[in-house]
Each structure stands twice: as structure tokens, then as C-alpha cells.
Design a protein around this ligand. Structure first.
Ligand SMILES: C[S@@+](CC[C@H](N)C(=O)[O-])C[C@H]1O[C@@H](n2cnc3c(N)ncnc32)[C@H](O)[C@@H]1O
Length: 510
């Protein structure tokens, strides 16, 4: 039961830190822990001198009732999310806790989807922790304060844009501290945690107050001792959270990079991505091309499969060149610049009938393909005549004559763009079209254009001969050219180049 309800217990030092930074709790104030569990925040509040009668607790799990009531505070067995209604707005002066992290695949969210959607659907009805944030802001009085430890994914994921907008519209963000990465490791939880403090400050009249609010932002600390003496600490005006795409709550992004996102045109002016198609049965309709690594894998798999119609298909290259089969792109991964065609889709009338093929997608055109699932930004040449799948490989077409496929391949595979796309916009393994479209883009000078094009042509030519070709020298050259070109306009600091070389270049991983 505990696991299904997202029970993860906050270490006492972290709870004490959160309580210590709430500010003055007066005797008339009411404090809520909306998901109290065994009561670690209650103990910290009592230790800090808060009267037991001021402390209110909720938990859906009745097993905690006795323990929490024994602490002498008010406790209700209640579903904190579903029990919300308009009568209980503005009730508490402080709300503290560690909300459960249950995602849309969890039993709880699946079971209650319709009701959760009714209450939270306009903001986010997928993960419980984001609904707890919304719910708690609603429950707070104007000027009341929230202190949570929760998953840091809402800070950056584009799927949480509405939650961030809600926070910016209703709160002053007092502090964002990235808590130690291993804080919950003993409990086998590997979401990286953040501590947040928000003061409810609603209404359009308070917009200036929110925008000009100075936030304390602390990059990931190593251990709990560093909460009070962090090695690095930034003061950032809250309105800076409007500068990056999707209202990303950035923690350690350089001023100049924020300016780049703010001022430069967007990549979508030159490049457009399209979600591809569905076959509904890839085993049946997709074949490996003979001689490819994939064909080798299929041969091995087939050794253990008896029924002929269940076997993985392999076709010859000659067949791929007929109009019964087309090259098909459906794999992610880190390969850059060029990868041979390893898969093909059956294009006979009987098969096509089954497929979902979006009508507005310019399949078959030459372009680039970007891995939708990869730890780094990985972009490859897409020859004429391909179809592609719906998420792991995304086809993009260049729509502006002033740039070439080679140039776009060069900049997107550079360390700078890897940082922009993976370090800032989306720090998970998956990448969305909207994220690529939101990247900044500067029109190249003829000189930069031709230098990068030539380097990319060399890499592709060599990779066609030998897929394992080591292109580090060319890549270093491209990385330097892209950095210098963008830096000329946006005056990047030299430390940024060191950071890119160290963390975002291919030489940092090879
Ligand atoms: C991450 S644990 C935190 C427990 C405790 N506050 C701590 O920090 O150690 C989340 C708690 O939320 C409770 N919970 C899960 N869903 C809930 C809901 N809809 N309403 C109220 N409590 C819920 C779980 O039973 C669990 O005790």
C-alpha cells in the first residue's frame, strides 16, 4: 500500500531546513502538511516551537492515524487532492511537505483520472506532485507560504509549462534549492529532488511585485549540510523566468544564453519537424535491410521463433529499391551526421490500408532526422524517399534557402546546440519537436556557412565509407566555429566554452 501511494520519507535534516525557512509562524497561524505520512515535518514544526493545535495533517493512508495523533496534532484521513472544493480556498498560513510522486501510469491516477481532470485538468492532471503544488497554493491564504521537497522535473519539462505559468501568476518564488541527488537513494527513489518556497501573491495588481521579486536560487548541493552554506547561490529576478522557451525555471543558465534565447529568431523559421506515421504492427510491416547490423540481430531472433508469420523480416537492398518497400526511420540513439538505412516499410496496397499516415507531412523529401530518444542531440542526414515513425526518429525539412542541410547538421550537432537542447530545454532522454523549434538560430555569414558545410560534407563522406569514422577533429573545428560565431553577437564568457567542451561535446563522452 505505501509504495502504491508514493510513500517516500523525508530525512529529518531536510524537513528541519524547510521548516527553518518558512519565516515567523505566529500563534494565530495554521500550518498544514497535506501528505503527512509518519510525520517528519510535524516533528520539525514542534521542535521549532509551533503549538500542536496549530498543526493540521492529511494523509490518504489510515495506517498513519495513530502515529500522527500520538504527536498531539490534528489529523484527517482524507484524499487531499480529491477533497478539494471551492469552500476551502485560502485556509492556511503555511503548507509544508513532501508530496507523493505518482505519475499517470500509477494505479491512483488511472483510477481517479476523470475527477482529477475536472479539478486540475487546466493545469496538469498527470502527476500527483504537480497537483499537490496547485492544491496547496489554492489552500494557502494570500501571503501564505509553501515549503515543499519534490521532484525537480517540473522546473524544466515542457509538459509542465502550465504549472510554471500558474506559479508565476500566483506566487512570489522565494527560493529554489536543488537538494542532494542521492537524498532518497536509500529508499530506491531516483527522481532528483528540489526544495521550493513560494509565497502566495495573486492578482494582476501584484504582477509587478511578482516580476520584480528576487529569488534565491541554489544549484544542486552535495549534502544536507550545504543547505545553510551553499557553495553557490544566485539572486535572480522572477521575471527572468519568462525569458526561456516554455517558461523554464532555470537554475544555472548564463545571462548571455538567456539573451540568446530572448533575442535571436527561432529555429522553426528555417526548419520544420513533423511527427511521422504508425504501422500498428512494426513486426509485420517493417523489415531489416540485408547486410545491416539489424538484419544480423533479426537472424538471431528468428532462430527461436517457429511460426513463419511471426518471424522478423529481412529484405535485400534490391527489393528496397522497388516501390514495394521504402526506407523507414524509427530508431533514436546518438549517431550523428550519417547512418545507413537499416529498415524498410512495406508499401503494398494491403499494408498501406492499415497504416496511420498523417496527411500534412512531407514524407519522401530530403532533410534531417533527429533522434527523439537520445542522451545527446543527435542529428543525421535524411535522404530522399524516406518515411518515419512517430517518436524515436523525427523528420525535419529545411524550409529556408539561405541555409543548407549540411549547415543545419553542423550547428545542431555542435556542443553549443547540445547544451541548448539537452542542458536547458530538456534534460531528459526524450526530445520534442516543439523543443527543437524553440532553439535560437542566427543567419550565418557566407564564410561560416561554407566552412561548416565543408566540414560536414567530409564527415558524411567518411562515415559513408566507414560508419565508425572518428570525426573528433572536424567536430572540434565545428564546435569552435559555432561558438565563435554566436559569441560574436552575444559575448559568451570563456568559461562557457570550457563547460561545453567538458560536458556537452562528443569528446567529453568518447
Ligand atoms: C512522499 S510521502 C511523504 C511522507 C512524509 N510527509 C515525509 O515526508 O516523510 C507522501 C505521502 O502522501 C500520502 N498520499 C498519497 N496520495 C495522497 C492523497 N491523494 N492525499 C493525501 N495523502 C496522500 C502517502 O500515503 C504518503 O504518506
Amino acid at each position: 500500500m505505501e509504495k502504491e501511494l508514493g510513500a517516500v520519507f523525508t530525512p529529518p535534516k531536510t524537513a528541519e531546513y524547510i521548516v527553518s525557512r518558512l519565516g515567523k509562524i505566529k500563534e494565530t497561524h495554521k500550518v498544514l502538511d497535506p501528505c503527512v505520512g509518519p510525520g517528519v515535518f510535524v516533528k520539525s514544526l514542534i521542535k521549532a516551537g509551533v503549538n500542536k493545535s496549530q498543526i493540521f495533517c492529511h494523509d490518504i493512508n489510515p495506517d498513519y492515524k495513530k502515529n500522527v495523533e500520538d504527536l498531539g496534532v490534528n489529523f484527517k484521513v482524507v484524499d487531499n487532492l480529491l477533497s478539494f472544493n471551492s469552500d476551502i480556498y485560502n485556509e492556511y498560513d503555511f503548507i509544508v511537505g513532501n508530496p507523493p510522486y505518482l505519475n499517470k501510469a500509477s494505479e491512483y491516477v488511472r483510477k481517479n483520472r476523470a475527477e482529477l481532470k475536472k479539478i486540475y485538468g487546466k493545469i496538469n492532471a498527470h502527476e500527483t506532485y504537480s497537483m499537490f503544488i496547485v492544491n496547496s497554493i489554492w489552500r494557502l491564504k494570500e501571503g501564505g507560504k509553501l515549503g515543499f521537497i519534490t521532484s525537480d522535473s517540473f522546473l524544466t519539462l515542457s509538459t509542465h509549462k502550465k504549472l510554471r505559468k500558474f506559479i508565476l501568476d500566483n506566487c512570489r518564488i522565494n527560493e529554489i534549492t536543488l537538494a542532494p541527488a542521492n537524498l532518497f537513494i536509500k529508499q530506491k527513489v531516483n527522481t532528483s529532488p528540489v526544495i521550493i518556497f513560494f509565497t502566495k501573491t495573486t492578482g494582476s495588481l501584484n504582477k509587478d511585485k511578482r516580476d520584480n521579486n528576487m529569488m534565491r536560487v541554489i544549484p544542486r548541493v552535495e549534502n544536507e549540510r550545504e543547505y545553510t552554506k551553499p557553495p553557490i547561490e544566485y539572486q535572480i529576478k522572477q521575471k527572468k523566468y519568462y525569458s526561456l522557451p516554455f517558461l523554464i525555471f532555470h537554475v544555472e543558465v548564463e545571462e548571455q544564453i538567456i539573451k540568446l534565447f530572448d533575442k535571436a529568431p527561432k529555429l522553426e523559421q528555417v526548419v520544420q519537424g513533423y511527427i511521422g506515421m504508425h504501422t500498428h504492427d512494426n513486426r509485420k510491416y517493417i523489415a531489416a535491410v540485408k547486410g545491416s547490423n539489424l538484419a544480423e540481430i533479426f537472424i538471431k531472433k528468428n532462430e527461436n521463433i517457429q511460426e513463419v508469420d511471426k518471424k522478423y523480416k529481412i529484405i535485400s537492398e534490391t527489393l528496397l529499391n522497388t516501390n514495394k518497400w521504402f526506407p523507414y526511420l524509427k530508431r533514436g540513439g546518438g549517431d550523428q551526421y550519417y547512418r545507413p538505412i537499416i529498415e524498410a516499410i512495406n508499401w503494398e496496397d494491403e499494408s498501406i490500408k492499415i497504416y496511420d499516415i498523417p496527411s500534412n507531412v512531407p514524407f519522401l523529401e530530403e532533410g534531417i532526422v533527429i533522434s527523439g530518444v537520445s542522451s545527446r542531440l543527435a542529428v543525421r542526414y535524411m535522404p530522399n524517399g524516406c518515411y518515419w515513425d512517430s517518436n524515436k526518429a523525427i523528420g525535419f525539412i529545411i524550409k529556408e534557402n539561405s541555409v543548407s542541410i549540411e549547415y543545419v547538421l553542423g550547428i545542431l550537432n555542435s556542443s553549443l546546440y547540445n547544451y541548448l537542447a539537452k542542458g536547458i530545454i530538456n534534460n531528459t532522454n526524450s526530445l520534442q519537436i516543439t523543443g527543437i523549434h524553440a532553439l535560437p538560430f542566427l543567419v550565418p555569414s557566407p564564410n561560416i556557412l561554407s566552412q561548416i558545410e565543408n566540414l560536414v560534407r567530409t564527415i558524411i563522406r567518411e562515415k559513408k565509407k566507414n560508419q565508425e569514422y572518428n570525426y573528433i577533429q572536424e567536430q572540434k573545428h565545428i564546435d569552435n566555429l559555432v561558438f565563435e560565431f554566436y559569441s560574436n553577437q552575444f559575448k559568451f564568457p570563456s568559461e562557457l566554452k570550457e563547460k561545453l567542451d567538458k560536458n556537452y561535446s562528443i569528446y567529453s563522452i568518447l
